[in-house]
Design a binder for this molecule. Sequence first.
Ligand SMILES: NC(=O)c1ccc[n+]([C@@H]2O[C@H](COP(=O)([O-])OP(=O)(O)OC[C@H]3O[C@@H](n4cnc5c(N)ncnc54)[C@H](O)[C@@H]3O)[C@@H](O)[C@H]2O)c1
Length: 320
Amino acid sequence: MKNILITGGAGFIGSNFVNYMVEKYGDKYKYIVYDKMTYAANIDNLKPSEGKYELVHADICDLDKVKETLEKYDIDAVVHFAAESHVDNSIKRPLTFTENNVLGTHSLIEACKQVWGEGSENRFVHVSTDEVYGTLKDGDSMFVETLPLAPNSPYSASKAGSDLVVRAYCETFKMNVCITRCSNNYGPNQHEEKLIPLMIKKAKAGEKLPVYGTGNNIRDWLFVKDHCIAIDTVLHKGVKGEVYNVGGNNEKTNLEIVKTILKQLGKSEDLITFVEDRKGHDYRYAINSSKIKKELGWQPSVTVEEGLKQTIEWYANKEY
Ligand SMILES: NC(=O)c1ccc[n+]([C@@H]2O[C@H](COP(=O)([O-])OP(=O)(O)OC[C@H]3O[C@@H](n4cnc5c(N)ncnc54)[C@H](O)[C@@H]3O)[C@@H](O)[C@H]2O)c1
């Protein structure tokens, strides 16, 4: 492996991944960031890696452009992050999600098949989400990789669709794919539409903090750097055709997260205001990561308390 294509590399997790790889491996690999630069992208996210990557400003739905890029840079591995990623937007404009996430992923892997050939050993890591498994009740067992997919939002349905396309390319064309399914990430570089940066921004400004429903929905929080370590592990050691769950083992309600933020910023809980719940809002996600831990030796490195502390400090120092 020499030249790695990172789709969606200017977004939240993709940029953390590029910065992590550049810091860890130096010049060992060449990094090509392939990104459409939607509202969710921010080139400043890649500042720590300036001069160490090349940017291709293009759409994964453009099969010819992907093929040209794979050939031009002699790409021999793809880490695929590019997606529309915000559930609320998928409720407002669902077709955009099917187009970018399902068709986009299909176009990307078809381009890889055409350029690399069937049965190629070049690795394709598809970054997916635990939301494809649906929702849990209190007391239900955590998600494992063998569960049937039962997505509930247009976002998670589009991710499930993309997982199935990637799986089919492994079965039919013997492509060397691995799929990762992670829980909610948090950390630097996240777009302020998402819970943690939004709440920090509003708390800093002394504005009301809108919390959906009762605030009791549970998410399993994963520090983005730990996710990047997991993807690096799968890229190098994952077994062809396997799915790996990645979770932080940190189940917290949205309300607990918001209260932690307010406490750390020294703000009053009176700022919390409950707003009408999100349509089809999944109640609980909890992910069993035993497989990646046992088979590939991955471990999360921080507790949610430590990770949140670092994250809140990062956003608190950010100029909006
Ligand atoms: N953030 C999370 O908590 C989380 C959790 C589980 C899974 N994921 C998955 O991880 C991946 C990255 O998520 P994120 O939070 O960094 O998302 P993000 O929205 O911050 O970034 C997505 C990036 O993809 C780019 N992009 C979107 N459509 C594109 C297209 N058609 N062609 C090329 N580039 C395109 C955007 O410009 C952006 O830079 C996504 O696939 C998402 O489904 C995210």
